[in-house]
Ligand binder design. Sequence first.
Ligand code: HEM
Length: 528
Amino acid sequence: MLKTPIFYWRIFCRHRSSISIAAQNIENVSSMFNNNIKSYDEVPGPKPLPIIGNSWRFLPIIGEYKLEEIDILSRALNQQYGDIVKIGGILGRPDMVFLYDADQIEKIFRGEDVLPFRPSMPSLNYYKHTLRKEFFGDTCGVIAVHGQKWLEFRSKVQQPVLQPRIVKLYVEEIEETANSFVSRIEKQLDGNNEVGSDFLNEIHLWSLESIARVALDVRLGCLDDVITNEDTQLFIDAVNTFFKNVGVLELKIPFWKVFNTPTWKTYVNSLDTITNVTMKYVTAALKKQNQMKDSTTKNNLSLLQRVLALDPGNPKLATTLALDMFLVGIDTTSAAVASILYQLSQHQEVQKILHNEIRSVLPNFNDKLTMEKIENLTYLKAVIKETLRMYPVVLGNGRTLTNETEILGYRIPKGVQIVFQHYVMSNSDRYFKNANEFKPERWLKSNQEKPHPFASLPFGFGKRMCLGRRFAELEIQTIITKVIQNFHIDYKHEKLSYSVQPMYLPKGNLNFTFTKRDSESDDTSGRS
Ligand code: HEM
């Protein structure tokens, strides 16, 4: 069936929309007068067959393109065809052009117009714009939203969400959540100091708890031994159900478009629950804000209070923002943390340097984290960047052209979806010397060889850049600091390979071994 091409695109587009949008005017006028420009038909790529085009390549059994192995496929296409590859002739969807050239990607990003176009995640798009239209109206958020509605929403919330000054207000709460995670690990260790096979779910709980602190000003208690708050259990279940079903709706034949499939109903229920619980907390915050007027200084207003103030008396804007943060901020951050911990378990020398850095910045276990201290954890930041270089959780990002554009000597028509192949570029020696080596040092200031700024872009770029980036960084920096400060981490099982799930992360049980460090220990003590 002709479903698979769409699957393929959506995997790239995952992050429920990360695949962005965009548009640019680059050189499109001058190109009209340049006779050397080749036509779109000449762009290299797998040749489509009559009628079925290239769709068959994505079919199970007979097709050679496997969605879970897009990493391998993308590299193979690059080797076979070069820096620009057309995947055209896919029934029911626009052509895709894969791009492997960082200079060209930079041009496209820098030429973005005011309304970068994001081909949206259809299931969420339908939920927001049709099924629950009455609730969302024109305040639909940014995920699965484009055009003027996207611009209006993003312009309102962008400043508070991305401002370092505001992110700084959350250091203590994010640290508290990380401490709860550490305590929970301790309680879950078996006789061999190993955590259970469902450790990724533990990371998800931490991530949900952290985002709730930011988006709702609430301590949900996801990491408590016993969850007593009914809403919290409801919320955890709904978030899990959402993640379980969104992949099915986005990646399999979209029967839900024709009738209410059980998956669709479950998915809608989960979204309704997340929206309702979110609305409940936001409304409570609004009430509290009204009662406490003037008691908080303007500088200390939380993100939620600031967003509430943007639309006085109305909880809709803040609810929608929180909803979007939950929908795209949990599994991305969780995947990144899982991947970083795995890499640290595989690179003991890196873990040792990192631990020594953490010990020098936080000599005592009880030392509180501050933004200034985080600033000094330069090796930690390099470890995070290096993991996201080699294993970006969102494999590729992209933009749909809104104008005819010259790309690498070819005239590419409006409407084509350009997919930036960051995974391949950031793992190529062309952009990173000895690219297959895990070397955080390459990101340190002392390194003379500066990487191309558009070869590794884990959070995207430009007007639609990740809205939660600063919070994601704070969360990841804090959790890794706390875990490595407390434990030596090992992975004593067969090496894991990475796959698209649809976040890109190690495939298999993450039953790490956590060996408690004592406060005086250097990195090697406490190891079995
Ligand atoms: C490691 C963690 C994360 C990664 C790697 C990541 C990556 C991305 C990427 C690649 C995009 C697309 C950017 C573009 O098109 O240029 C994106 C968009 C977005 N991200 Fe993240 N993200 C992460 C965490 C988060 C978190 C924690 C939140 C919220 C708290 C968040 C909220 C968003 C939103 C709302 C958008 C859509 C922005 C728009 O379309 O205007 N992300 N993210």
